[in-house]
Design a protein around this ligand. Structure first.
Ligand code: ATP
Ligand code: MG
Length: 286
């Protein structure tokens, strides 16, 4: 009985958040690194299904780095990054697309198994992003930037309470496939949908002053300090596009951006339904 009352208390505590977020779009970037472990994946997707049942409109954009790396290794391909962006040859992009489509279908099937409604948005089913070659494409190859997000298509999916699951590969005007960094894509999608929150789920606690030392976690980071940390190389590799994505989204009207640890059970619910929050919040300069 006592336990049941506690449970009811917890639900009531969440009520103000549920009320203020009901009907609002949250863009969640689900990083490949936090996708590997099936238990963690199930927990994250359960949180997302819960969110959708209480009236929040989650939109997922996923990564797939570790799966792509594994496939590259199997095929004897070179894995190369430049400032967190994957160098992608014409031959590589078909492999990237194939692997990400599998990841995409996997997430959709798992959401369905958990009782949620989900819709695949990838290069085969429903491409919702138009790309142009990245400004450094001479060095990066078939890496793109988003030119346009077909926001109406995503909105139409979200209205009847389906969860769009978007793969970060896009088709260019030239008909070629382009690899879009999923963090970049998440901020463009959040802006296009006028999302209230952008949450980047990854495999670390958040941004750390000393990479690998969790006691140096930065809970709140102002944009101007974020720039300095990138210049000083405190923020490196895969964390760079995440921080840039948050800054980009904040500049364009997204109210809140967070980088959180997908490995922590219910990290999404903790972030959304409690005051304290977890991970790193990036905020606008005052
Ligand atoms: N200052 C920092 N604090 C925390 N992590 C950092 C920092 N600088 C670099 N990183 C690295 O950024 C990584 C997260 O980015 P990464 O691209 O590897 O994962 P992801 O984006 O979640 O996955 P995917 O790229 O597959 O979508 C961390 O695992 C960490 O090694
Ligand atoms: Mg990454």
């Amino acid at each position: 009985m006592e336990r049941a009352i506690k449970k009811a208390d917890v639900l009531i505590e969440a009520l103000p958040y549920i009320k203020s977020y009901s009907g609002k779009i949250f863009v969640i970037k689900y990083g490949g690194s936090a996708l590997i472990n099936p238990e963690i994946k199930k927990g994250v997707l359960q949180d997302i299904v819960f969110m959708s049942y209480v009236g929040i409109r989650p939109v997922i954009i996923h990564g797939g780095g570790p799966f792509i790396n594994e496939e590259f290794r199997r095929l004897g391909k070179k894995v190369e990054f430049s400032e967190g962006l994957r160098v992608t040859t014409k031959d590589d992009i078909t492999v990237v697309d194939r692997v990400l489509n599998q990841v995409n279908e996997g997430i959709v099937n798992d959401i369905k198994k958990l009782g949620g409604r989900a819709l695949s948005m990838n290069t085969v089913k429903k491409n919702v992003m138009k790309a142009r070659p990245h400004k450094e494409s001479s060095a990066l190859g078939f890496v793109g930037e988003i030119e346009e997000v077909k926001s109406e298509v995503i909105r139409n999916a979200v209205r009847p309470r389906a969860i769009p699951v978007i793969s970060p590969v896009s088709i260019g005007e030239d008909g070629e496939l382009y690899n879009i960094n999923a963090d970049d894509a998440s901020s463009e999608i959040a802006m296009a949908l006028k999302a209230v929150k952008l949450v980047l789920l990854t495999d670390v606690k958040g941004i750390m002053r000393h990479k690998g030392d969790e006691s140096t976690l930065i809970s709140t980071l102002a944009m101007k300090d974020a720039d300095t940390l990138i210049t000083r190389k405190v923020i490196q590799s895969g964390m760079i596009p995440k921080v840039k994505a948050c800054m980009n989204a904040l500049r364009s009207g997204v109210s809140k951006t967070h980088i959180i640890d997908g490995r922590i059970p219910h990290s999404l619910l903790l972030e959304i339904f409690t005051d304290k929050g977890i991970g790193t919040e990036i905020v606008k300069d005052k």
